[in-house]
Write a protein that binds this ligand. Sequence first.
Ligand code: NOJ
Length: 557
Amino acid sequence: MSQPWWRTSVVYQVYPRSFADSNGDGYGDLPGLIDRLDYIQALGADVVWVSPFYPSPQADNGYDISDYQGVDPLFGTIADVDRLIAQLHARGMKLVIDIVVNHTSDEHPWFLEARNSRESPRREWYWWRPPREGMAIGAPGAEPTTWQAFFSGSTWEPDLATGEYYLHLFDRKQPDLNWENPDVRAAVAEMLRWWLDRGVDGFRFDVINLVSKQFNADGTGWFFNGPRIHEFVAEMHENAWGGKQLITVGECPGATVDDAVRFTDPARGEFDMVFQFEHMGVDHGMGGRYDIRPVDWARLKSIMARWQDGLADVGWNSLYWCNHDQPRPVSRYGAGDTAYRAASAKALATVLHLHRGTPYVYQGEELGMVNYPFTSLEQLDDVESRNWSAEALGKGMDPAAVLAAVNVQSRDHARTPMQWDSSEHAGFTTGTPWLPVNPAYREINAAAQVGDPESVFAHYQRLIALRRELPVVVDGRFELLLADHPSVYAFTRVWEGDALLVVANLSGEGVEVGLPDGWDGAEVVIASGDPAASGMTPAHLGVLGPWQAWVRRRQLG
Ligand code: NOJ
């Protein structure tokens, strides 16, 4: 049986409003992206996933959609999408679009009709509930459940005109669609078929494992991986792309390995892979992403290894350190503020790309872009950071602590403009950028790195090329070594007698570790960092300089 094409793919994610601005309005757009396809192709990625570009009030930068079958004028026109598809296909590349169907915008015509009256034929396309028995709508505690929204506050917004609450797991401008209603599911499938007819090659499904909800009479309930989730996804697959070989990835917060096996078992006809979040939580305390803890590498490695093992025989992994919702990995896990920034970017990339699964590169990651040094909460744009900050200040949290937290975790770090060159606004726009450019752009930019064999960009190119060259990178069985080591990430991959040993020191201190025999003298296929920088004599395999990483290859006897 032929293997699906995406097993050897590397996906490059574009957040269009921050990628490249072609018309000087300060917002990136689709023509800007089209102008930069050579860059993505030069990196070696063969799939481009574009975050939402549809008409939207932009309450959540396009993840609040008011028309699923159009393009927001901010980003261009439908003709630009057609051109993007044609230009990608001409290069042998593919397009993945972002599908946000857990919720719509509250300005989507479906919702406008639904909120019109309780009798509206669209009413049951969304979730409406009366206030708690004996309580007035809007009174404190009258919400139908105690659920807290991902973007702070209750998940229930009172609609005074009709006397009921509607559900929004995210912002109040993002009402949740009611997937129990077969008309909703049919409309989603029809919309997906429309995009396939236009030529898109795959879909990334936003928070898709939240679409099946369970409400109990006592106000409790559940919305992660609800009772009908697999039925809904399988039905959507069948009705929208059954029989076609696409690339589909479901964003699944809270999914376990077992959930992922079910979602990605090809025999079940659901998704090709999911985005899991377990490893994103390693620096979060009980209070969530702004309750910041140091990164625990032993824990992170054990999570990654468990996913590798769990999906070794059935299903497939997606691999990512970051996206438009996460801070920059060199600042979060690496050495963003030190002389080892580039070395740490390379070490992090090396370990990630050598796992089994499909790697995702988020714009600017391949340059080692860093977090933005916010000095005031006023500078924040992101609805999640703003809502959380307001809530934290309201609860009496020290403003300096609030700022410190967003300086580590805000989603805006990922959203500052792409750094193309050292000219004004980093070559992103000729106008005023919608979010300020990171002041590090003079040093960290694409123009300075493309063509430089020592650059982070060149390191990503090598890793991507290696995946294309060696089947062991794609298929090799994964085995974690030194599981408890606090900073060394080491593992082997083995495929039909071909073996790789991957070792990275994820710290700024030199270390010495014991590695398995037989690798001395093995071919070095990728290397970064300076072994001598530790001040230790690199006498044997296990001596690693700060942020040093390498991959060795040999044939097993
Ligand atoms: C996940 C998306 O990645 C994020 O950007 C968005 O805010 C939420 N889903 C809601 O759509």
